[in-house]
Write a protein that binds this ligand. Structure first.
Ligand code: AMP
Ligand code: ZN
Length: 666
């Protein structure tokens, strides 16, 4: 009976979701999970009477609001008093000693996210409200429901209110910003801002794509639930399936608390999420109740804030880079310094106004910050360190690359080189075209392109496909060997049959990055079809906004671009939206496979697509979810990891045997 299958699937998916997103111990591959999810989606379509607002299918979002509802918190969401030194902590401890004789501290990381209060009734998720001003918050339930690690159903049939932080993990944050950079959108300054922006999305589908996550640490009215300490509250939440940060620990005295804080500060850079300090709480709830609250804070807790990760360095030079669209960015070359475990040698100076506002000069001592941000920035100049050797930076009037005058349009913070033939722009355009997410031409990186550009061998995208006729010229250059040249030509030739999405991405249409390209290639079979698309039609595609739609149309309105595309087609570039038929049975079907090392009979890409047509999902890194690692010569850490995790490994010879098996049977 399909309805019972539907119910069973929901339970299964909830369990696997918890295993994957909370415990990080998946039992099935992403592929299998997606398959189960698809089955559930189909069943829910078939039986609308079985709809459930807390079904795992709801994690992808879908509801679009006009505004958020204002909600009053049943009990106020307090802020925390701050401590910045051990002295402050000792003073806090002294205050507590006045009211209590016997007590313990519970110490946990202070998560740098967005505070949130969640309500469950009868084991069902009901509502999520932001902290707001502590008394009133906003109902962001639709967005919080997309938090993959959050259980929407719990095995606890009572009313339960809990609190925690919603975050975006560091690695996801980097991905989001990379995507935004590719689309020339404004970057989020840090993961917290990204999380805040995502939680306050009116379109929950967008929120769902941001991969929100969260940690929970407070049970409201804990006594009702038979909880008698903060430590128990954390255990209670964890047992119900909520994600609880794992560093919580109990101490008897403040000296030990401080030692642990120092330990936690050192561990900070190893975490995949941002924290901005540590919270110290009196563990026992009865003791907490004796201490009570001031008008703003609980008296029984304090936040120890870590110092922002700022260091001083010297601006050795200021230089300008020109992007693919001609955007001019000033950068600072710094004396290398260590911040949060990584060496920083450059900082972004954003634009001319910022240099002027902060009065940044060459040879200045400056404070550099990297607080969760990926690109370090200059916080301020240490003016008292000026010794007369500082030189003001004169913002150039001309492009440092093509020497044409640069312009700054009204209301624009940036200067642009508007010379379409600017070598910097051409080189960046070619480098983007050849890059991995675009045409993926191995061996054609930015340095190679620069060299070939300077030798007049490459000066347009078309020239890439004419490169094979210039063998003698290329081989006469230093650093080019016959073997590397023939590999390069092979990669260029192979790119002609790339998937349409890679080609669209490669064109570098403003606001169209790899994701938008993917979406477009699902709607258009080839580049001509896309080039005829109208704004109104493009806008109808979900995730393509009006500005992006206009940008696409503008791109194809430009006769130069059409000519370039036609030339590429004449040269044999023929990208199609390929919808490959994938085998459902056989050794590799539905397996998650990682390919590593180099192969005698295949190039890596060919091997990957072969695996894909056999129904395998090929991923980049080895984890517990990997089924098989196919390894070649010089396989490194991925191979070792596979052995460690007991993942099946297969060498080239064994792989070829499997391929032959297939070809015999199919
Ligand atoms: P602040 O916003 O700087 O006043 O810090 C207080 C806020 O820190 C609280 O309202 C919580 O939202 C947040 N916070 C983060 N992690 C924790 C934690 N482990 N325990 C309590 N509060 C936390
Ligand atoms: Zn220029």
């Amino acid at each position: 009976m399909s309805k019972s299958r539907l119910i069973k699937l929901r339970k299964e998916l909830e369990r696997h979701g918890h295993l994957y997103y909370v415990l990080d111990q998946p039992e099935i591959s992403d592929f299998e999970y997606d398959k189960l999810l698809q089955e559930l989606i189909d069943l829910e379509d078939k039986f609308p009477d079985m709809a459930d607002p807390n079904s795992p299918t709801q994690k992808v979002g879908g509801i679009v609001l006009d505004e958020f509802k204002r909600v009053k918190h049943e009990s106020e969401m307090y802020s925390l008093n701050n401590a910045f030194s051990f002295e402050d902590l000792k003073a806090f401890d002294q205050r507590i000693k006045r009211s209590l004789t016997n007590y313990q501290y519970e110490v946990e990381y202070k998560i740098d996210g967005l505070a949130m209060s969640l309500l469950y009734e009868d084991g069902q998720f009901v509502q999520a409200v932001t902290r707001g001003d502590g008394v009133f918050g906003e109902d962001v339930s639709n967005n919080i429901k997309t938090v993959k690690s959050l259980p929407l159903k719990i095995d606890y049939p009572h009313k339960l209110e809990l609190r925690g932080e919603v975050i975006i993990n560091k690695d996801d944050f980097e991905k989001i910003n990379k995507l935004r950079a590719a689309n020339e959108e404004v970057l989020f300054a840090n993961a917290r801002n990204a999380a805040a922006g995502s939680v306050r999305q009116l379109d929950s589908k967008i929120a769902a794509k941001r991969n929100l996550d969260g940690f929970f640490y407070t049970v409201v009215d804990p006594e009702i639930h038979g909880i008698s300490s903060q430590q128990e509250a954390l255990g209670f939440l964890k047992k119900l399936g909520f994600k609880v940060e794992s560093h919580g620990k109990i101490f008897d005295d403040i000296e030990d608390v401080y030692k642990y804080i120092e330990e936690l500060e050192l561990k900070r850079s190893q975490l995949n999420y941002d924290i901005d300090g540590v919270v110290i709480k009196v563990n026992d709830l009865a003791a907490q109740n004796i201490l009570g609250f001031t008008s703003k804070f609980p008296r029984w807790a304090i936040a120890y804030k870590f110092a922002a990760q700022e260091v001083t360095s010297v601006i050795e030079d200021i230089f300008i880079t020109v992007g693919r669209t001609g955007k001019i960015t000033p950068n600072a070359k710094l004396t290398p310094v260590l911040i949060d475990g990584s060496t920083v040698s450059f900082a972004q100076l954003h634009n001319e106004d910022m240099i002027k506002e902060k009065d940044i000069r060459i040879n200045d001592h400056v404070i550099v910050r990297k607080a969760g941000d990926i690109i370090p920035e200059v916080v301020k100049v240490l003016f008292d360190k000026r010794d007369g050797s500082q030189k003001s930076y004169v913002f150039p009037n001309n492009c440092p690359v093509c020497d044409q005058e640069i312009v700054r349009l009204e209301n624009e913070a940036h200067h642009f080189c508007i010379n379409v033939d600017c070598p910097a722009r051409l080189i960046e355009t070619m480098a983007h075209f050849a890059s991995r997410d675009a045409m993926d031409i191995k061996g054609l990186g930015e340095q190679t392109i620069k060299t070939l550009y300077n030798e007049n061998i490459l000066s347009s995208l078309e020239d890439i496909y004419r490169l094979k006729t210039k063998e003698a010229q290329v081989l006469s250059l230093q650093g080019f060997k016959e073997k590397s040249f023939s590999n390069l030509i092979m990669a260029i030739e192979a790119s002609k049959d790339n998937d349409l999405s890679k080609f669209i991405n490669g064109l570098g249409i403003r606001l169209v990055g790899s994701r938008a390209s993917q979406i477009l290639s699902e709607h258009y079979d080839n580049i001509d079809a896309l080039s005829f698309a109208k704004v109104e039609e493009l806008q109808l595609i979900s995730d393509i906004g009006s500005i992006t739609a206009q940008s696409i149309v503008d791109f194809f309105k430009n006769p130069k671009n059409i000519e370039m595309i036609n030339n590429l087609k004449d040269l044999g570039v023929n990208p199609q939206a390929v919808k490959t038929e994938v085998l459902e049975e056989g050794y590799f079907a539905n397996k998650t496979v990682v390919v590593t090392g180099s192969f005698e009979n295949y190039d890596r890409k060919a091997l990957t697509s072969k695996l894909e047509t056999f129904g395998a999902k090929v991923t980049g890194s080895v984890s517990g979810k990997t089924d098989i690692v196919v390894y070649g010569e010089n396989a490194g850490s991925k191979y070792t990891k596979a052995i460690k995790l007991n993942v099946e490994v297969m060498n080239e010879e064994e792989f070829i045997k499997e391929v032959e098996n297939y070809e015999k049977n199919n």
